[in-house]
Design a protein around this ligand. Structure first.
Ligand code: WTA
Length: 635
């Protein structure tokens, strides 16, 4: 028997040692005993971080949907796979069984086939959190098409950039989406995006809000009639272990978003194994992750990880504040949720509201509470532990990334003793390393450095779509033979890890990764703006908020500053999305730059955070005088 389900600390250490001493034998055993394969692998692992090239289970053949759906039908056919909780409380929740989900996936897969989608083709999915979204991912996987989900809060510009980067031929969307008391015109956003995407032949539209939309003849079709006519079974395409499963874009420090490519077998094995252990999922539990499937957390821990384990996974369409701030707890009570996985920003927002919103509900079903996306501060941790978990449900602070595919550093609940703000121990198979300024590994405990990983794990992203050089430069060039995460971390006296935050120019706002470049590009397109720089500063709900420093052109100097601020944020909303709006905008005459012309963001960050006692070395600046001006007028 392999160690699929870890139950004691002793066992964790023992299995961890095994996974590190002989990773290939370890993962081979897990893969063999807990998944269905059409053909066994020839080789468990082939890797070279220099190239970089990573291959797991090479030669194996499988279809991930057979693991997530078909194999459960004999034993779990009538079990609920997905609970759908709609935004509007007057609409009934839906329970979709494994059998029904299988049928829905097959129908959608057949519709995609009818529209000429073939193995390896890219399909863009721009949908709200409705069942069709999960079905769409699985339908692509069924026929071997590569899904590229774009979070339905991104703007038309961001959408078109992503569609073009991966050359998607077809887009799945809906007439609109419900979010709290608002409804958003998704189809309008798609229409605008497609003006810049000549390669898209078809748009398949789910009817959700019933709002008036324009259908372009020949290109746009309502999805439901096609699904109704489609055949209810669809033979699964047999995929190679290393065939791409999906592309998901994430922000980088510079340049355009990176299309991270995840492949089939390793991703399946690792997300399923982590899901089982990190949430200690048991057969009849109801599991709820509040993330949007537009992010990696939703891919791995709403769809693939839970379904590969035959779990019941809840999808929530709405927001935590609608119809009031008790909505999360109302849903937990209503569906007797056992595992609840959310982001610190949501916890902080709810902690600001009256405690009655939590206390009103029966939360006794909860067994495990999860946190992801950004460091969870001590106050939020205690609020979560006291008021939601009633000090009875362990909190798993899970550290990982779009690039890692699955959870990397985390407590295992009821196994690892937790400490607030610590992600604690590496998960099975994960070999973290902390690096110093001279690119040397820092051994021992009570140390701090840059977080790397020394050895491949099955769900590491294999490349950046269309740009393998950028993949190498971003992740494998800073430290030899290491995957570099971009995060800083410390390791305490007992070997627990605490993530201290990004060490590059990625800013995490409300748990969303935002790169500076696309936002600055959006600002700079404003006709009155000459140049800009944005940095993050601490915010009590969002974790970080954005602070923009803007240099105006001469023509802009006479303009009303408040109007300009509104226009700049409007510009950002249109180019990136409302999540990237700036909280503060300061107009400046110059930006601190090094002699090579690089903006010294370190100084801007300190000023934005009101931490100007020690600005560090400014002697290398081309224009040190501008620092004084910026400090004096800071907001
Ligand atoms: C941050 C989300 C501290 C980190 C799954 C990472 C965290 C980035 C944690 C990846 C955590 C994620 N504690 N920081 N528990 N989880 N992060 O790609 O900076 O959206 O590099 O993946 O979020 O964000 P991404």
């Amino acid at each position: 028997m392999s160690n699929y389900h870890i139950k004691h600390l002793e066992e964790y250490y023992q299995v961890y040692r095994k996974s590190v001493r002989n990773p290939e034998a370890f993962w081979e055993e897990i893969a063999e005993e807990h998944f269905v394969w059409r053909k066994r692998w020839d080789n468990v692992l082939n890797w070279d971080f220099k190239k970089p090239e990573i291959k797991w289970f090479e030669g194996a053949k499988l279809n991930i949907t057979e693991n997530c759906l078909d194999r459960h039908l004999p034993t779990r056919g009538e079990k609920t796979a997905i609970i759908f909780e709609p935004n509007n409380t007057d609409e009934e929740a839906l329970h979709i069984t494994y059998r029904q989900l299988h049928e829905r996936v097959c129908r959608m897969a057949n519709v995609l086939l009818d529209h000429g989608v073939k193995k390896g083709d890219r399909v863009c999915i721009y949908l709200p959190m409705i069942p069709e979204l999960s079905v769409a991912l699985l339908a692509c996987a069924r026929i071997g098409a590569i899904h590229s989900v774009v979070f339905a809060g991104f703007s038309s510009h961001a959408l078109s950039t992503r569609i073009n980067d991966s050359d998607c031929k077809i887009v799945l969307t809906s007439d609109g989406s419900f979010r709290g008391n608002k409804s958003i015109d998704l189809k309008g956003i798609v229409d605008k995006a497609l003006e810049a995407c000549p390669g898209v032949a078809n748009v398949l539209v789910v009817k959700r809000t019933g709002s008036d939309i324009t259908m372009v003849p020949g290109r746009d079709k309502w999805l439901q009639p096609l699904l109704d006519e489609a055949y209810a079974d669809c033979v699964a395409e047999i995929m190679d272990a290393e065939d791409p499963l999906f592309i998901l874009y994430t922000s980088g420090s510079t340049g355009t978003p990176k299309g991270m490519v995840h492949t089939t077998a390793g991703y399946m094995v690792y997300t399923a194994y982590t899901f089982k252990n990190v949430f200690q999922y048991k057969e009849n539990d109801v599991y709820w992750c509040t993330a949007d499937i537009g992010w990696i957390t939703g891919h791995s821990y709403i769809v693939y990880g839970p379904l590969a384990n035959g779990a019941t996974t809840l999808m929530f369409e709405g927001v935590p504040s609608y119809p009031d701030f008790g909505r999360f707890w109302d849903v937990v009570q209503k569906h007797k949720v056992n595992q609840f996985y959310t982001a610190p920003t949501a916890i902080r927002a709810l902690a600001k509201e009256n405690l009655e919103y939590v206390e009103k509900y029966d939360l006794s079903s909860l067994k495990v509470l999860g946190s992801v996306g950004e460091p969870i501060n001590e106050e939020a941790w205690h609020w979560y532990n006291n008021n939601v978990g009633k000090k009875n449900s362990p909190i798993v602070d899970t550290w990982w990334q779009t690039e890692t595919g699955g959870i990397m550093i985390t407590p295992i609940p009821y196994v690892t003793p937790t400490t607030p703000t610590y992600a604690t121990l590496p998960f099975i198979g994960i070999q973290p390393a902390l690096m110093d300024e001279n690119a040397k590994e820092i051994k021992g405990n009570q140390v701090e450095g840059r977080l790397c990983v020394k050895f491949p794990w099955p769900s590491i992203a294999r490349t950046i779509w269309g740009n393998h050089d950028r993949y190498r430069d971003t992740y494998f060039s800073a430290y030899e033979n290491m995957y570099f995460t971009g995060d800083g971390a410390l390791r305490d006296a007992v070997g627990y890890y605490r993530i201290t935050g990004r060490v590059d120019d990625v800013i995490i706002v409300s748990g969303h990764n935002l790169g500076t470049a696309p936002i600055e590009d959006a600002i700079n397109e404003h006709p009155a703006v000459a140049e800009s720089a944005i940095v993050g500063f601490p915010h009590d709900v969002k974790g970080n908020a954005l602070y923009g420093y803007v240099i105006l052109k001469e023509t802009g100097e006479s303009r009303d500053r408040d109007n300009l601020r509104k226009e700049i944020n409007q510009q950002i909303t249109e180019h990136v999305g409302p999540i990237a709006k700036l909280d503060k905008i300061q107009f400046v005459s110059g930006l601190p730059k090094t002699r090579s012309g690089k903006i010294m963001r370190r100084i801007l960050r300190k000023i934005a955070s009101n931490d100007t006692s020690n600005l560090g070395d400014t002697s290398t600046l081309l224009n040190p005088e501008v620092v004084q001006e910026i400090m004096e007028n800071s907001l």
